[in-house]
Design a protein around this ligand. Structure first.
Ligand code: AFD
Ligand code: MN
Ligand code: MN
Length: 396
């Protein structure tokens, strides 16, 4: 690769960061059960410790998204300890994820529940989550709702929409400083007839209704097979309403497979839309890149290292698109040249330059190998396997 393109990749990597999900290090499963791992993290301390290993070998993931009920069971009172734990492992708390989908009271929804008392309970949790974000210095409140229904005629969709507008607007009113709320959409699951925030249009409208600090969160797994995700990204960028991503991959639905494992070209096209926007406007897109995956078969930490290195590669490839040339080909409708311009970048092996960048930062050339040589997995397996085995028997 020539010096100019090498510099382009180096500069792209210097500005690239992607956030780890705390829940990606814990045992999770599918609705058909859990295949647990002896070294899986249970406590927020263990999650930060494991995330710290990923950041230590890759250098691009200094923040960890937290799930309120799972990582801060006592709410804002846990914030000082969590803040300290993150720092111990060279990390910071990232986006705060409220949880209004697992408690029994949310059986018929949270902000969209026909029972005003349950809507109020959900709102209290959201407002507490804003407080937690403030205590932890987290900018983003990442809002996903499982709300919906499973059979036609069982809920009034319009009433539920209005209840969501009220709840999101009230939550928005509690935000302060540079805080944002990112409204995430998902077409189905766990609701199988309608989901109250089912697509990017609904999320966009809810964000607009809520206020200027609200943006849309695009989870790459939350689209129907045929949807053109990068087109949604281009629209939201143009409307200044793209808050960030939850990256993962899927073959069929919201499978939470590791990012780029099924369709790396799609991730490249998403990054390309963002980088082309930045080139054209001369301004940085203010976007939170976050991982939201927790499939239960690959080793948790290895899966995250694989994901982060994949994200670095695809972002570096997208940075290599010759934007000037592409703009010209688009204007003149030189179709083959335009597509070739894009595919040349996607086909470039950026791994040697990534290794050069890693070396320049004092990072290992091969993050996965460095982790495997570190003995960390053996250490935590010895520490956690008995406890995790006992936990398994409690699932049974
Ligand atoms: C599940 C949901 C959604 C949410 C995530 C973290 O589908 O993606 O963002 O859990 O709460 O994956
Ligand atoms: Mn998500
Ligand atoms: Mn999801």
């Amino acid at each position: 690769m020539d010096e100019k393109r090498t510099d382009t990749v180096i500069q792209a990597l210097d500005r690239f960061q992607i956030e780890l999900p705390s829940w990606g290090f814990a045992n999770t499963g599918t609705r058909f059960g859990k295949f647990t791992q002896p070294a899986a993290a249970s406590t927020v301390e263990e999650k930060f410790s494991d995330a710290g290993q990923v950041h230590a070998v890759t250098g691009v993931c200094p923040t960890v998204a937290l799930h309120v009920l799972w990582d801060l069971p006592h709410g804002a009172d846990d914030a000082p300890q969590v803040h300290a734990l993150a720092a111990t492992h060279g990390l910071r708390a990232g986006a705060i994820n409220p949880n209004v989908f697992q408690d029994q009271i949310y059986k018929y929804g949270s902000l969209g529940n026909p029972d005003a008392a349950i809507r109020a309970a959900a709102l209290t949790h959201l407002l507490d989550s804003v407080e937690i974000a403030e205590r932890l210095g987290s900018r983003d409140l990442s809002l996903w709702f499982a709300d919906g229904s499973n059979y036609p005629g069982t809920q009034n969709i319009r009433h539920r929409r209005k209840w969501f507008v009220d709840g999101l607007r009230t939550t928005h009113g509690k935000l302060s400083g540079d805080q944002r709320m990112l409204v995430e959409y998902k077409p189905f699951e766990p609701a199988f007839y309608h989901t109250d925030i089912a697509d990017w249009g609904m999320a966009l409208q809810f964000a607009r209704d809520a206020g200027p600090r609200a943006k849309v969160l695009v989870d790459t797994g939350h689209h129907y097979q045929a949807q053109n995700i990068e087109q949604i990204v281009a629209w939201l960028l143009d409307l200044d309403m793209l808050g960030g991503f939850h990256f993962n991959d899927r073959r069929y639905a919201d499978d939470d497979l590791t990012m780029g494992s099924i369709d790396p070209y799609q991730v490249f096209r998403i990054f390309h839309e963002i980088l082309h926007f930045e080139w054209e406007t001369g301004k940085r897109a203010d976007i939170a890149y976050m991982i939201d995956q927790s499939h239960n078969l690959k080793g948790k930490i290895e899966a995250m290292i694989q994901t982060v290195t994949t994200a670095m590669e695809l972002y570096a490839k997208a940075a290599l698109v010759d934007h000037e040339k592409l703009a010209g080909y688009q204007t003149s409708c030189a179709l083959v040249d335009a597509e070739t311009c894009l595919k040349d970048a996607f086909s470039t092996d950026v791994r040697p330059v990534i290794r050069e960048w890693s070396h320049s930062k004092g990072l290992p050339a091969d993050p996965m190998d460095a982790f495997r040589q570190s003995g960390y997995l053996e250490k935590i397996t010895a520490e956690r396997s008995v406890r995790n085995a006992a936990a398994v028997s409690s699932y049974a």
